[in-house]
Design a protein around this ligand. Structure first.
Ligand SMILES: *Cc1c(COP(=O)(O)O)cnc(C)c1O
Length: 380
């Protein structure tokens, strides 16, 4: 499609950003406090409340949140950590950042998530933690995995990078986790440009996470600044600089007020996709699992064996029609970085090679959606 020489491309996702975010960031700049400060503290409290848990510790990304979560779980060299290969590669990378060994588990093809059986199949005497991913926003069955792991002293970390606004057993995702990690990258539904959060109900874990994200400092720079007395900070362990800025937090506070509306709109558009695509035999779509609701951070479909076009061919056909779709969720064990890890993951291999992610964004029109469905159907 061409208009005035420029092709109108339907994007796969678009962040919902307005003048309110621009004004909030400008206000942080004018305040003179741009590093971690009062807005970060406010965002942490608001996000934790929305996630149904006690503490939020804002950090620079979900990757750094996951790294801290593993350190809080006591993970180190000599330990095994179970992760799904079917995830953005950061889920596996953080295990190596913590010095531990990556063990890949397969997935339930209906949800794209690991279930308790998948985890149980790969446990070793050295398993110290499991990272359970709510892939594409679809909540994983956390209680079932915890019922397996808690008695064995294995910490379950929830990788809720994609899952802000999803629910699990009528509560927000992450609410039932000892440690949950969130992403505010623009590919997710709530963005601060870059950014992340670690949430936990445990006071002691939150306290240590705050120290570790700020060089291991006993008193944060913001608290020292606000004190009427001279405070000399101490350093009891080796920390990191994983801080979020107040400019990012200012944006996050506005984004949080939009979240419910963003999720409602995505669910409405996703329901319409599911109705329209139901006519294509064998095509499976992302949807709500039995135990919760998805925010449809990614609307994926999987193609049956007899489908006309191959997955990559279909992506090219869509691109030719001005539609920016994406391959489905990647599988880390198929990348060279993980070629040395033994993995027998038939459901993951099938899912990653047969799935694609269709465009879904807040102001997508029904006409644009029809164009996508027609383009997929044309190659069925
Ligand atoms: C996006 C994503 C991450 C990484 O998030 P960043 O904030 O970019 O570090 C980790 N895990 C999953 C499942 C993701 O989708």
């Amino acid at each position: 499609m061409r208009s005035g020489g420029t092709r109108t491309v339907i994007p796969v996702i678009k962040p919902v950003l307005g003048e309110e975010e621009a004004a909030a960031v400008a206000e942080a700049v004018r305040s003179g406090w741009v590093a971690q400060g009062p807005r970060v503290a406010e965002f942490e409290a608001a996000f934790a409340a929305r996630a149904g848990t006690a503490h939020g510790v804002a950090v620079s990304s979900c990757t750094t949140a996951l790294h801290l979560a593993l350190l809080l779980a006591g993970v180190g060299p000599g330990d095994d950590v179970v992760v799904p290969s079917l995830s953005f590669i950061a889920t596996a990378n953080v295990v190596r950042h913590a010095g531990a060994r990556v063990v890949f588990a397969d997935i339930d093809p209906a949800t794209g998530n690991m279930d308790a059986k998948n985890v149980e199949a790969v446990l070793t005497p050295r398993t110290r933690a499991v990272i359970l991913v709510d892939q594409g926003g679809i909540p994983a069955d956390l209680d079932a995995v915890r019922a397996l792991c808690d008695p064995l002293g294995i910490t379950v970390v929830e990788d809720a990078a994609c899952a802000a606004g999803s629910t699990y057993k009528d509560r927000p995702t992450g609410a039932g986790a000892e440690l949950a990690a969130w992403s505010f990258h623009p590919r997710k539904l709530l963005t601060t440009g870059e950014g992340g959060m670690l949430t936990t109900p445990a006071d002691a874990l939150a306290r240590r996470a705050r120290r570790l994200r700020e060089h291991g400092m006993s008193v944060s720079a913001a608290d020292r600044h606000g004190s009427a007395k001279v405070v000399i900070e101490e350093y009891d362990e080796t920390g990191f600089n994983y801080r979020m800025t107040d400019m990012q937090a200012a944006m996050g506070l506005v984004q949080l007020t939009r979240l419910d509306g963003v999720v409602a709109r995505r669910r409405e558009l996703a329901a319409r996709y599911r109705r329209l695509l139901a006519d294509l035999p064998g095509v499976a779509c992302a949807g709500d699992p039995a135990h919760g609701t998805t925010n449809y951070q990614s609307f994926w479909i999987t193609l049956p064996d007899g489908f006309g076009a191959g997955r990559d061919e279909l992506l090219q056909h869509l691109l030719d029609a001005g539609i920016s779709a994406r391959r489905g969720i990647m599988a880390a064990h198929r990348e060279r970085a993980y070629a040395d890890v033994e993995a027998d993951l038939p459901a993951t291999d099938r899912f990653t090679t047969r799935s694609l992610i269709l465009p879904l964004f807040h102001d997508m029109t029904h006409a644009q959606q029809d164009r996508v469905v027609e383009a997929v159907a044309a190659h069925a």
